[in-house]
Write a protein that binds this ligand. Structure first.
Ligand code: ADP
Ligand code: MG
Length: 701
């Protein structure tokens, strides 16, 4: 249960004065929440300003630089209303100070309101942007107009928040002020010594600084109050991950030890030799499984490094030990592909494989669930979503999660929160830098596949403007004639009026006109069986060109496809381009990748394409991506709407991450149930940063 003193912070923003459902929806967008209902007062408190407006400049009218914000002390001379019926002509109020004259300009303003606000002969304070036109100064819609007596009420330095159309800065600032007023007295969750060493102010003080900056330096991420809040957020993240880990580890686990029978048979029948890195990873997993503690291991391997084989051999160990294993994939296409590959790899053994996807009829599903429950299904493959529901296993020992970067941290928590907590192997192709692994996954053990299978050839990558598309099609035609296979990626499924992007459907049509029936199509709006048929046709060679959207981005494995053409490459992020390119170069043949772009390229798009040309090293690409885009997107969190970090930036606060990790570890060692005074305060911290799923684990365990 959330401590009741936090209730005011978890009221929907729509309960705040002046915030109706419509504004709440707009605030949701700014705060990165899905719905207005989910958007709570605390979200406003944790919304960081991006800059400030400084109103301290008071140069006098004549010396006000054009385009800058100034504050002026002026006397009102006369009103010049718009002529009747001409609403496009502004209402002007002329005023002066010792240095000159200025026109305060209002469009569609009510005369009565202006009369009251700007009485002729009175002195007022106005603040806003000054423009100069033909030697005359004007200020259109001043941000603030105050009588002299109220001048002190005007904020001289104002925070500026990210905005969305329809939400005025004033409304947002007022709502944040109201939110600050609701902050209850909270006892601090940080050790006094740590606070002192880092000159952290109290939480309430840090929030007050965040929303009430005095100078630009106050919103600098390195300011002590910003660092304090970043540390709060990082600690909440590390602590929740540490709690999950503790829970997983604490569940009684008997060592899973295989006899080598299946693993040996599978390795024998593989059409290739395992790389040294694959063998080392399999060794890591086997050692983990043999322990009394539960495994929590991350397998990092660039696209095409052969993670599937490691997954299969890990699962085979579970089967040898008399148990079951699951493999969870992020998409249906991938689940089916894994099912097909793995069925082939174990063909020489008596292991039974089951596939469980959303597409099964209810009868098939019931039958599959029956086999999973009675243990006759030994390796179970499915989409991640399915395992969130209640699937009962006879004896689940190992769970493998493929392409983890697609899932948020929260989904992982949910999975582990379920009754069964098997040994976990999490696989990701995103070669996440170490700090990000720590931030997103916590203290996981990591195995790396840093060695490509032997015989791989470099992929030659070029970028071309889309005027060259005819040349490309001609070359593609020749390649198809030689029996080669190609992917052709388009950013959209259908043509939309709003966009001049070439859609997959339209491209499929034009390519079919040239190349005939060798051209297939797969996209996200197709039914499951249609997608399967398209993938199957491409795999078997019935089609040789597969026009696709990014449904094939992750994991798809057709080793004899050697050409990747990406249309509107400027639209894709680096990580995505790397993933897409990773669909080729998976066999012995030389491969190529053509990045077609629409000119003119933005600065970042140009940088992305040149990094792609220069490097095939997923790690380097990820680091460049981090520089270009920021960490949230790299983990796929921004796209999927999972809240990433609001206040912490790993670039600015990397040092704090390490600190937070050690702090979390210390807490778990000394107060595993969060029962001490500090432990209770830390629970509050988890709630504030919405990491409270971890608290539920405490109670359950
Ligand atoms: P990813 O790490 O991207 O999931 P996959 O497991 O799909 O990679 O493997 C990519 C391709 O490489 C597959 O066709 C697979 O059969 C092949 N492969 C895996 N391991 C090896 C190896 N040691 N030698 C040669 N080919 C391999
Ligand atoms: Mg894979």
């Amino acid at each position: 249960m959330r401590p009741p003193e936090l209730d005011p912070l978890f009221a929907p923003v729509s309960t705040q004065p002046g915030i109706g459902p419509k504004l709440a929806g707009l605030i949701a967008r700014v705060a990165g929440r899905e719905t207005a209902e989910e958007t709570r007062v605390i979200d406003l408190l944790l919304l960081a300003p991006t800059s400030i407006i400084d109103r301290r400049r008071r140069p006098g009218i004549a010396l006000a630089p054009p385009g800058t914000i100034v504050t002026l002390d002026v006397r009102i001379d006369r009103h010049e209303p718009a002529p009747r019926g001409r609403s496009n002509v502004p209402y002007r109020v002329f005023a002066h100070d010792d240095t000159g004259e200025i026109a305060l300009t209002f469009f569609r303003a009510k005369a009565a309101w202006l009369d009251r606000l700007l009485p002729v002969g009175e002195n007022v304070i106005v603040s806003g942007k000054v423009d100069w036109f033909n030697g005359r100064a004007s200020m259109v819609h001043p941000d603030h107009i105050l009588a002299l007596a109220e001048a002190a009420a005007m904020p001289l330095v104002e925070p500026v928040y990210p905005l969305t159309a329809g939400l005025s800065p004033k409304v947002l600032r007022r709502a944040i002020e109201d939110a600050l007023g609701r902050l209850p007295q909270l006892s601090d969750w940080h050790e006094p010594t740590l606070k002192a060493r880092n000159t952290f102010p109290a939480f309430a003080e840090a929030l007050a600084d965040l929303h009430g900056p005095h100078v630009a330096g106050d919103i600098d991420p390195r300011a002590p109050s910003r660092r304090r809040l970043a540390y709060d957020e990082l600690l909440a993240g590390q602590l929740s991950l540490a709690l999950v880990r503790q829970r997983v580890r604490r569940l009684p686990g008997s060592p899973v030890v295989g006899n080598g029978r299946l693993v040996g048979a599978i390795v024998q029948s593989l059409p290739f030799r395992l790389t040294g890195a694959q063998q080392a990873a399999i060794g890591d997993v086997a050692a983990d499984l043999a322990r009394h503690e539960r495994m929590l291991r991350l397998l990092q391997g660039d696209v095409g490094s052969g993670k599937t084989a490691v997954a299969l051999l890990s699962m085979a160990t579970a089967v040898e030990a008399g148990g079951q294993a699951v493999l969870m994939a992020p998409t249906e296409i991938l689940a089916r592909q894994h099912f097909a590959t793995i069925s082939k790899m174990i063909a020489s053994t008596d292991v039974s494989v089951e596939i469980l996807t959303g597409r099964a009829s209810s009868r098939e599903r019931a039958a599959a669930l029956g086999r999973i429950a009675d243990g006759s299904a030994q390796i179970i493959i499915g989409t991640h979503a399915l395992f969130q529901e209640s699937v009962t296993f006879a004896n689940l020992l190992v769970a493998v999660v493929d392409e983890q970067h697609r899932f948020g941290v929260h989904q992982r928590l949910r999975l582990t929160a379920k009754g069964t907590a098997p040994h976990m192997l999490v696989m990701t192709a995103t070669p996440i830098p170490r700090t990000l692994v720590l931030a997103a996954f916590g203290d996981m053990d990591v195995s790396r596949l840093d060695e490509k299978p032997a015989g791989r050839q470099p992929i030659s990558t070029v970028s071309l403007p889309d005027e060259r598309i005819d040349d490309i099609v001609t070359r593609l035609e020749a390649a198809v004639g030689e029996g080669k296979k190609a992917y052709w990626i388009c950013p959209l499924v259908e043509e939309t009026d709003a966009s001049d992007l070439m859609s997959a459907q339209a491209r499929h049509k034009t390519l079919s006109a040239r190349l005939g029936p060798a051209v297939g199509l797969v996209h996200g709006r197709m039914s499951g069986p249609e997608k399967d048929a398209a993938m199957q046709a491409f795999k078997s060679g019935q089609t040789q060109v597969l026009v696709a959207t990014t449904v094939i981005e992750v994991g798809v494995d057709v080793p004899d496809a050697t050409i990747m053409i990406i249309e509107h490459a400027e639209r894709f992020g680096l990580a995505q381009l790397h993933q897409l390119r990773g669909r080729v170069g998976r066999g012995q043949e030389a491969s190529s990748c053509i990045l077609l772009y629409k000119a003119p390229l933005s600065e970042t798009a140009r940088a992305r394409l040149s990094i792609m040309r220069e490097s095939e090293d997923g790690f380097r690409i990820a680091e460049e991506d981090l520089k270009l885009r920021g960490e949230g997107e790299l983990l796929g969190t921004r796209q999927s709407g999972t809240p990433g970090f609001r206040l912490a930036s790993l670039e600015a606060h990397g040092d704090l991450l390490e600190l937070a990790r050690n702090d979390a570890r210390y807490v778990i060692e000394t107060d595993p149930e969060l029962k001490s005074a500090r432990g209770m305060a830390l629970r509050t911290l988890l709630y504030l940063f919405r990491r409270d799923e971890a608290i539920r684990l405490l109670r359950a365990g």
